[in-house]
Design a protein around this ligand. Structure first.
Ligand SMILES: CNc1nc2c(CCNC[C@]34C[C@H]5C[C@H](C[C@H](C5)C3)C4)c3nc(N)[nH]c(=O)c3cc2[nH]1
Ligand SMILES: [Zn+2]
Length: 370
């Protein structure tokens, strides 16, 4: 088994659970937050810095790497692990999501998706077989089935047709997948329709994947609606297999996702907002670029022990960001990733000590949005 999951501790009152994810590149504790590296790098971070802060699995992407530098080149470099000098876990998304959110002039058919590259406008085509071939060449430990992320909102009939096609595409990916050292995860769709979510779970579970992602959420829907879909869908997934909620990563969504029984998360948020000078703290966001911090010589987050918070002040980081100094976005990225990785560790600890409900209540008492 390329990837297996061990359920270590189930919370007695909620769906939260602590586990271990065994991969060819190491064993990782769950719940886990996976930093995102769009173009084979977690922006502004070196692999050693990522290791030092405890990153275990990082994300990369079929769509971007297929277009540039091309999956054949990455394969020649020894796959993504060799290319980016990262010897821990890697997960690649299948490119479907990006084709819809980045590519232009796209056309979906049963065969796959025709689109124009956002880099040079060239005509491109991704099919389940092609997306699987690219991900085999990139060599990630976990790869994703090629799916359509049902947009929000979507008519019932569109959501049904799209979800049924995604299931047929998942079967084609499974047939095309020929690397025993890689795990192919299925992606649950169904839009915001409970009966379609149930049908998607039933169909994909019958294809017996080693893990399942919940797709089609965090696409602009109100958070209560996302939670309602999670509450309905997650318990229907096999308990002994990992569950990955795609594209979710603000602290409030992480706590709720863990409560419903999600094990894996990814989100561009911590690295993206770092680049525009926003730090994540236990009480919410701090826009360190704001003038109010010009003479504030305290660390970003009083109770953070990261390299940034141990050595630099808000005033200094603000100065760097205002002067567009590269160190500015490096320091905020270090803090945000450290903050989220540590946050996941605290949740896991609370689950292990069977006090997750209290942890969650404490979090909501302190949290003021974002
Ligand atoms: C934000 N909300 C959201 N995201 C989603 C993603 C992408 C997950 N992140 C991977 C990704 C996406 C981009 C940005 C980085 C690097 C690389 C390209 C891979 C993360 C999704 N991906 C797939 N295949 N299917 C979904 O339904 C889906 C739904 C999402 N809802
Ligand atoms: Zn910090």
């Amino acid at each position: 088994m390329a990837v297996s999951f061990e359920l270590i501790k189930q919370c007695s009152k909620t769906g939260a659970r602590a586990g271990k994810l065994y991969t060819p590149h190491g064993v990782f504790e769950t719940p886990i937050f996976m930093p995102v590296g769009t173009q084979a790098t977690v922006k502004a971070m070196t692999p050693d810095e990522l290791k030092a802060m405890g990153a275990g699995i990082i994300l990369s992407n079929t769509y971007h790497l297929f277009l540039r530098p091309g999956h054949e080149l990455v394969a020649e470099a020894g796959g993504l692990h060799g290319f980016m000098h990262w010897d821990r876990g890697i997960l690649t998304d299948s490119g479907g999501f990006q084709v819809f959110s980045l590519g232009s002039l796209r056309k979906i058919s049963e065969e796959g998706v025709a689109f124009r590259s956002h880099i040079d406008g060239s005509k491109q085509f991704l099919s389940p077989e092609k997306a699987t071939e690219v991900q085999m060449a990139l060599g990630a430990d976990i790869i994703m089935a090629f799916d359509e992320c049902v947009p929000y909102p979507a008519e019932y009939d569109y959501a049904r047709q799209s979800t049924e096609r995604t299931t047929r595409w998942a079967e084609r990916c499974k047939r095309a997948h020929a690397r025993k050292d890689q795990a192919l995860f299925g992606i649950i769709q169904g839009g915001m329709y409970k009966e379609l979510r149930t049908a998607s779970v039933r169909d994909l579970v019958s294809l017996d994947f080693p893990g399942y992602a919940i797709g089609g959420l965090s696409v602009g829907e109100p958070k209560p609606l996302m939670y309602e879909m999670l509450e309905h869908t997650v318990p229907q997934l096999p308990a002994r297999k990992p569950r990955y909620l795609m594209g979710v990563g603000t602290p409030d969504c992480l706590v709720e996702g863990v409560m419903y029984g999600i094990d894996m998360f990814d989100c561009v948020f911590p690295t993206r907002v770092a680049r525009n000078g926003t730090a994540m703290t236990a009480s919410g966001r701090l826009v360190v670029k704001n003038a109010e911090f010009a003479r504030d010589f305290r660390p970003l987050d009083m109770d953070c022990d990261c390299y940034t918070c141990r050595n630099f002040s808000r005033a200094y980081i603000r100065h760097l960001l205002k002067s567009e100094e590269i160190l500015g976005l490096r320091l905020t990225t270090i803090h945000n990733l450290h903050f989220l990785l540590r946050f996941m560790g605290k949740m896991r600890q609370a689950i292990m000590e069977d006090r997750f409900p209290a942890f969650r209540q404490e979090f909501w008492d302190k949290y003021q949005g974002h």
